[in-house]
Design a protein. Sequence first.
Length: 355
Amino acid sequence: MKSLLFLVLISVCWAEPHPDNSSLEHERIIHIQAENGPRLLVVAEQAKIFSHRGGNVTLPCKFYHEHTSTAGSGTHKIRVKWTKLTSDYLKEVDVFVAMGHHRKSYGIYQGRVFLRESSENDASLIITNLILEDYGRYKCEIIEGLEDDTAVVALNLEGVVFPYSPRLGRYNLNFHEAQRACLDQDSVIASFDQLYDAWRSGLDWCNAGWLSDGSVQYPITKPREPCGGKNTVPGVRNYGFWDKDRSQYDVFCFTSNFNGRFYYLIHPTKLTYDEAVQACLKDGAQIAKVGQIFAAWKLLGYDRCDAGWLADGSVRYPISRPRKRCSPNEAAVRFVGFPDKKHKLYGVYCFRAYN
């Protein structure tokens, strides 16, 4: 009898690619259903959702039975599980689980996620007060008895990718230091998709940097001899995967809009670094971070020709309208360097957070 039951179970299992997950290479979904029962289908009406830091977003997910018009069979409780896929797809991070009246959110999502439930078959997830770490791909899984199915939705954030190296110079960060460096500058380490989009928008940078999946890459729009040779095609060059503890490179960071005001402080004199920090504090603000100057430049069109101190000890200025003496050839955040903090005098960029 046990052997017969085992054969029956095997006969009703099959693997097939899910149409909504075509962007995930080699992914196969295992479906299990009772013989002669309705097949459970999970659908995401949109494969990509776009939003911004601080906003709210709904990740769509609905479930149906192929041979019935009802949302559920009524014999089993529906279990809804949302997880976030890591960049290498090797593991999943729990986000939210619901079954009946029981609801649970996890980690950084606690208190920020809940189901929309606009209908009996709606398992769409609402995420409030988006943060940079929310970017990525999410999996909606519906389980009812022996049946289950999934759909994947990508959450993209409006933002900007920028290369970063510390005061010590190029190629001085292992992967973990690179992550901390981005966090210190109001950003997170960028994904390959984010770097690729930045390259398509014109980002050209010859120094290789860490990405969130542990790979080391760099974007080239203008092939030249020091960057792979004049005859190579433009693209994102890939150094491959390196030891996260021992290998050292720069890093590509990603930041989005911010809840505050970025500005150049009008001051009667130029300042040392310590004086700049105090001047921002006296003005009810803090000295701005590198991610904040890039976000103001890219997302708000901030333009100022005055070089100013930033929190990491670097001096930069944002140019959105190229002109003589102010980045005449391109719009960019211009990098002056890491001057002597005690003796060099510059202006300062401040950031005042909104309550």
